[in-house]
Write a protein that binds this ligand. Structure first.
Ligand code: KG4
Ligand code: ZN
Length: 339
């Protein structure tokens, strides 16, 4: 079964073809970073218009990569939420109308479920059950995953998500947009210094997170006096230490709590090198075992959406096929639990 995946929830247009027998056959992403850069963040209306421009050329490219034709597509999966309403509508209407034209089912997919299952696209995927650490721009969650569609929330951020904290702190340090990767790069040039930031909720005993205070602590440190480039790097280093220490500690505590020894990391912050270093160091010796998506599948992409849709179809899920569809800009992942 050949499944086309369409992702357009934010500032990346992703299109991919996943075959349930042969795996990922084609995958392309267009990032809108250059377009939004001048504004210091995502401009929703510009994002929607750009998704419209990109979808057809990306689809053509992916069909060529896969050596396939439109008529070979058996189903279309698209991100129906959460995300920017206008951006989601572009992908949803594109997917639903193409599905009507081809006479194939269109399946709305939850963006976070896509991230969550993306490590299963690897050559040696983790078997169920596992604990998932989902760290994206909008969400930070720890989940016990027992099967496709079976997600139990263990804890989540009570305020800013980890990626959001990276982005906001990067803005404070005038690193521009998108901030996360830029801050991580700056941190590589820094090291231990007089800066000491809190490790929020590290010893709370539960699995919730709080990252908004860190950004304020960085602001206070940065306001004391104007920072040299070296001091900025040291502050970025300390910030990254604080976030990754809390994430890694809680992820391993969640494994203990669930008596599981497989951790799956997904979402944009999963690309962070220091986070991977910490998790791998703690998992040295092979137990627990930590699984990551390929780096290009950590951030938003169509492959995870195609894969997620394929899993749901394999489980027997069938869309109503009425041609009516909706999007869910706000859509808690827990609503899928047990679905
Ligand atoms: O999963 P994602 O592509 O989009 C959402 O669904 O939110 O995640 C994007 C987030 C952004 O906040 C970005 O700054 C962060 O992931 N990010 C990183 C790194 N690469 C992306 N944060 C820290 N270090 C990185 N290397
Ligand atoms: Zn995402």
């Amino acid at each position: 079964m050949l499944v086309l995946g369409i992702e357009s929830s934010c500032d990346e247009t992703g299109v991919a073809l996943y075959d349930t027998g042969r795996g990922l056959l084609g995958h392309a992403v267009h990032s809108q970073v250059a377009m939004h850069e001048a504004y210091g963040g995502v401009v929703p209306e510009l994002a929607s218009r750009d998704h419209i421009r990109r979808l057809i050329p990306l689809l053509r490219g992916v069909l060529t990569q896969a050596g396939a034709h439109k008529g070979d597509i058996d189903a279309i999966a698209y991100t129906a939420g959460p995300g920017l309403a206008g951006a989601l509508l572009v992908g949803a209407s594109f997917a639903e109308s193409l599905a009507q034209a081809l006479g194939v089912p269109a399946l709305p997919v939850h963006h976070l479920e896509g991230h969550l299952l993306s490590p299963l696209l690897a050559d040696a995927p983790p078997p169920f059950p596992f604990v998932a650490l989902l760290v994206s721009g909008g969400h930070t969650q720890l989940m016990r995953v027992t099967a496709v569609g079976r997600y139990e929330l263990l804890g989540e951020s009570l305020d800013d998500a980890a990626g959001e904290a990276f982005d906001k702190t990067a803005k404070l340090l005038e690193l521009g947009y998108p901030g996360g990767p830029a801050l991580a790069e700056l941190a590589q040039r820094g090291g231990p210094s007089r800066f000491r930031l809190p490790r929020p909720m590290l010893n709370s005993g539960g699995f919730d997170f709080s990252f908004s205070g860190l950004k304020t602590a960085v602001l206070t440190a940065a306001r004391e006096r104007s920072l040299t480039e070296g001091e900025k790097a040291d502050l970025a280093w300390e910030f990254q230490e604080a976030v990754t220490e809390v994430l890694a500690t809680k992820a391993f505590a969640a494994l203990d709590h669930c008596r599981l020894d497989r951790l799956v990391v997904a979402g944009g912050v999963g690309a962070n090198r220091r986070l991977r270093e910490r998790l791998d160091a703690a998992a040295a010796g092979g137990r627990p075992h930590v699984f990551y998506p390929a780096l290009d599948l950590c951030t938003d992409n169509g492959a995870m959406i195609a894969f997620c849709g394929a899993q749901r179809l394999l489980q027997g899920e069938r869309p109503a096929g009425t041609g009516a569809f909706g999007i869910r800009p706000r859509w808690p992942l827990q609503e899928l639990a047990g679905a």
